[in-house]
Design a protein around this ligand. Sequence first.
Ligand code: FES
Length: 357
Amino acid sequence: MSTHHDNLPATAEPAEDRFTNPGFPPHTPRRSDVDERAARRASVQVVTLFTISALASIAFLVAYYAIDPELKGSIIGIGEVNLFHVVLGLTMGLSLLGIGLGAVHWAKTLMPDEESVEERHTMASAQEDRDAVGRQLSHGWRSTHLNRRSALLGSAGGALGLFALPLVVPVLAGLGPRPRGELYTTNWEAGKRLMIDPSGAPIRAADVTQGSVFHVMPDGFVGAAAHELDPQDMMTSKAKDQVILVKLDPAKIKSQKQRDWGYDGIVAYSKVCTHVGCPVALYEQQTHHLLCPCHQSTFDMTDDCKVIFGPAKRPLPQLPITVDDEGYIVAVDGFREPIGPSFWERKRPGILMEDEG
Ligand code: FES
């Protein structure tokens, strides 16, 4: 059987001999390397450039204190300018230019330019040293008797493992009580009016024109009524009850469920971003996109607030709405799924998930 290696010429010589290190090209001395007068001239030029830089810095300081910042002057081709700024700009520019040119000229004419190589020595220790270390380590391990006394090893491991508990448990306990059912519920419930945030005014469906946007909260949790609340309850409500209400052209609504849960094109969605919970509050009227300002997740309002861009993975939950006897917009029910970011036990039995249809 032949392989493609059979066609290759035999290479008897060791790998390191197959390629010749071309090395560096021969060093070409510069004029200043061979001519003492040229070197002196170059050093004078460098000193001159640095001196110009130093003088420009001093001029900058003098100008800073000496020129009236209001003083105007005229420069041909530019017109009327503020002299203070022009002189400061020029002097600082000259100062930086002098340093830059001086350093480059110094490096190119006077600093050594010969390239040199320092070979890297072998990093590994001698074989006998490595053997000696191996012998020492295995002798140390045997002398601990841990290899024969598993009880010792087990109890030491247990003690060290449990030692972490006094450190970890207080930290975990300090996180406070588990939220339990609170992550599944909001203050929205059947018949609750949607009130404008922050005024607390109810919204009559007949008054909502196409393209209108309202930021709303449940009745009793916004406006004057909110002042009666316990501050903790008020903060919790602010965090999870916030809803955005928009009136869309009913013909543009793509999903039947979205239409059914809305009222005459008016739809309401949780404002709590399903990524990490920022308020999604930027509504683009032309595209009907809702934008989260934190990481730019974008939701399509005409398509049941599905994610069309960004790190969020789930649509915003919709709040089913209708109108009451007086024509005001009310919730049909609470949210039918947990709002906001994901959490481990989100898919609890009995909870209908929007993204499960
Ligand atoms: S919190 Fe909305 S995109 Fe991250």
